[in-house]
Design a protein around this ligand. Sequence first.
Ligand code: MLT
Length: 407
Amino acid sequence: MIRINENYTKLKASYLFADIAKRVTAFQQANPDKRIIRMGIGDVTEPLPEACIDAFHRGVDEMAKRESFRGYGPEQGYAFLREAIAKHDFQARGCAVEADEIFVSDGAKCDCGNIQEIFAGDIRIAVPDPVYPVYVDTNVMAGRTGPNTGGRYTGLVYLECTKENDYVPALPTEPVDLIYLCYPNNPTGAVATAPQLRQWVDYARAHKSIILFDAAYEAFVRDPAIPRSIYEIPGAREVAIEFRSFSKTAGFTGTRCGFIVVPKELKAWDDAGNAHSVHALWNRRHSTKFNGVSYPVQRAAEAVFTPAGQAQTKQLTDFYLANAAIIRAAMEKLGLACIGGDNAPYIWINTGRDSWEFFDLLLNNAGVVCTPGAGFGKCGEGYIRLSAFNSRANVEEAMERVRSVLS
Ligand code: MLT
């Protein structure tokens, strides 16, 4: 009799966005004539930038000819893409990141989920609350969290992100080894200032901890004082791994490409107290379990860094930020307090009611899908998240529908 990984029984029945999709499908089946507007999952709606499409086509054409055909590529990503990332995303902004510290992947969700594998089973993990569920669920699967009692895992340290702390958590009062941070934040849309991030980097250096910094939404930062990378903070190379994605920056949710940065200085220790290079460990894991992102996709991602690609991706993120401004203004006009939407594509709205109840209210009466804040953790109760990834017409219609239901 084959036995299962019992840790899976500690998970919530389904992944948050799968749960929402199930409810929405049931509603649509019961109301086939209603046109639903989806502002729940942060999935892009606008086509890929022209520069990416052209490069994508050229990559496919190369694969069609014997002389330019390519089989397996380097697991870590082609040098052309790693070099473009290092130069434009980091070195040009004063961050000392080298091309061989970048590992190209099929997206930040997989990287955020996989990274925990290289660390010990009994380390102490700190996660924000509210939290992108992948950080928690992958540690549950690995057996690091203990059981869930009253909506929280007994073995995790929860870093509460609330209105009182501007959604940037205080340092933990007990020592932690692995710290997940995400800025601009999913789900709250909050950003962290350089002094706030410095506190975390200093903490990690003092405690020999590692920060897993999810910067998937950095392309939405418009305030020049807000860091776009953890490596803008002195000392971060010794204690931080950064996750990035082309999904939201350039509309790659269906195309799939992201990367992580693992600096060569980063160390973790074995049971005997010997230091190991995290870069070497990740390289070992990545090259064993991953065979690289397809060549045309990497060419399309490289095109993001051309002058045309930079202009077009800026236009794309500006477009979604303009949606965010419309959503936030509409919600505030209804008297609901909001954050986010100015340097992030998410708006976090205090509904003052049970968040699943509010989800049902919007779905049943307005045909609008949001994400209930409680799905992201205890501190999300009472809130909903609206995503700005949509067409302008849908955003405007959704806000009109919500207004007529709530006013
Ligand atoms: C979200 O809606 O939180 C994101 O789309 C999730 C993701 O990027 O995986």
